[in-house]
Design a protein around this ligand. Structure first.
Ligand SMILES: C[S@@+](CC[C@H](N)C(=O)[O-])C[C@H]1O[C@@H](n2cnc3c(N)ncnc32)[C@H](O)[C@@H]1O
Length: 206
């Protein structure tokens, strides 16, 4: 399963420019706002899970964050970000991995995921993701999640997805997390369609 998944995403990034994919954002404003609220110090460690070729990492470096990691299943996507950043890329830890197989070797203050978790349509994959996230987050760390919302699309990038309400997420996360905020956001794709996202910010209990 993991091999097919990787192949799919490598092909996506080989076939399209980063600005052409439906999830492209010129500025990832909502993610930046949440990260700034959660990561108060520029030394706070941040991992962007399924970061793809997003320019979120550029913006995080711009404002001075010193400990930024980007994980993605697609090496091609990561290469696009490395090429865009030039010399600055050396300041980032790049991790090519399937998040459902990820064994974190360190902890993070902030785990950010925009538009990755909703692709996990199998319960075992969701549980593996949540186990990795819980293992990686430090005590009182922050989990910033953007999935398709209750009125979001049913498919993306040719794949089935799962839409989420806050209640569904609360049940998945259990008592280990406290909801800090939730917000619906309408994403405008480069092709002009609108997609409903649910941004939620969770904090791990001490
Ligand atoms: C819809 S894109 C979102 C990219 C980025 N977060 C953004 O907002 O622009 C989904 C990303 O998740 C990555 N991805 C999908 N499944 C993954 C998995 N199981 N493990 C790690 N990355 C995955 C894809 O390669 C792709 O870059």
């Amino acid at each position: 399963m993991s091999g097919e998944r990787k192949l799919h995403w490598e092909r996506v990034y080989e076939g399209k420019e980063p600005t052409e994919v439906s999830w492209y954002q010129p500025v990832p404003e909502k993610s930046l706002e949440l990260i700034h609220s959660a990561a108060r110090s520029t030394s706070d460690s941040i991992i962007d899970v399924g970061g793809g070729a997003s320019s979120l990492v550029d913006r995080l470096l711009d404002v001075g964050y010193e400990d930024v990691s980007v994980l993605d299943i697609s090496g091609k996507a990561l290469q696009q970000s490395v090429a865009r950043l030039g010399d600055l890329a050396a300041r980032v830890r790049w991790i090519e991995a399937d998040i459902t197989d990820f064994n974190p070797s360190r902890s993070y203050a902030v785990w950010h995921d925009r538009a990755v978790f909703h692709f996990l349509t199998e319960e075992t994959d969701r549980q593996r993701y949540i186990a990795a996230m819980k293992a990686a987050l430090r005590a009182e760390g922050h989990f910033l999640l953007a999935t398709f919302g209750p009125e979001g699309p049913l498919r993306c990038s040719g794949l089935d997805i799962r839409r989420y309400s806050v209640e569904m997420l609360r049940q998945l996360l259990g008592d280990d997390f406290v909801l800090q905020s939730e917000e619906i956001d309408e994403h405008r794709t480069p092709a002009g369609a609108t997609q409903q996202f649910l941004y939620s910010w969770w904090q791990a209990r001490a």
